[in-house]
Design a protein around this ligand. Structure first.
Ligand code: PRP
Ligand code: URA
Length: 206
């Protein structure tokens, strides 16, 4: 399933992120904010269990999250998506996965993974702003499934149809939550119209 956001705030912030005049500081603020909104939409079906608390006025029946959530940012660009989401879910664990896309072959190259032997969370949110060819997202989900992750969601900002087809083809059980599905990839594997290189635009390295 692909969930494309229709929230006006998401669309507004995405437009600012696309604008090549937006500087890294502002870009980092926007990625933090848009990630919170996307995470809000991606977590509407998390399982809860009943919890009763005492208010100053009496007893209230409420709920608490049943499952432990893991945030899995894909380095580097996924890093900017962590902070805002973590503020909303301070009990989440953060597990980094290091992958970069070989510029020539467009294939993902793995360089960092410190996952412990056994899974420690029940729900994983893979955080990566760009789903381009889908190679990096598919490799990340492969790693998480080999680890034993039961439930995985992909949360990104922009997707190309090619990336969606690849991730869905390999992992049809992983829902894809994005701000927008763009037109296509160009001949060097960049999303068009896209926003450019999400890592470079955050870290000022372009
Ligand atoms: C970007 C992006 C994804 C990947 C998407 O990372 O953050 O991880 O490309 O492309 P794909 O869907 O074709 O695999 P990049 O390789 O540029 O590394 P960086 O985040 O370290 O800059
Ligand atoms: N990675 C990016 O950062 N941007 C793209 O458009 C494609 C891959």
């Amino acid at each position: 399933m692909v969930f494309e956001s229709h929230h006006p705030l998401v669309k507004h912030k995405l437009t600012l992120m696309r604008d090549s005049a937006t500087k890294p500081k502002k870009f980092r603020e926007l990625i933090r904010e848009i990630s919170m909104l996307l995470c809000y939409e991606a977590t509407t079906d998390l399982t809860t269990q009943p919890r009763t608390v005492e208010t100053p006025m009496g007893r209230a029946n409420g709920v608490e999250l049943l499952h432990k959530v893991g945030l899995v940012p894909v380095l580097r660009a996924g890093l900017g998506m962590v902070e805002g989401i973590w503020e909303m879910m301070p009990g989440a664990e953060v597990w980094h996965i290091g992958l970069y896309r070989d510029e020539r072959t467009l294939k993902p190259v793995s360089y960092y993974n410190k996952l412990p032997t056994m899974p420690t969370v029940q729900v994983c949110l893979v955080l990566d702003p760009m789903l381009a060819t889908g190679g990096s997202a598919t490799a990340t989900v492969d790693i998480l499934k080999r680890w034993g992750a039961e439930r995985i969601k992909f949360v990104g900002i922009l997707a190309a149809p090619e990336g969606i087809a690849r991730l869905q083809g390999a992992h049809p059980d992983v829902p894809i939550h994005v701000a927008h599905v763009d037109e296509r990839l160009n001949d060097i594997g960049y999303i068009v119209p896209g926003l450019g290189d999400a890592g470079d635009r955050q870290f000022g390295t372009g």
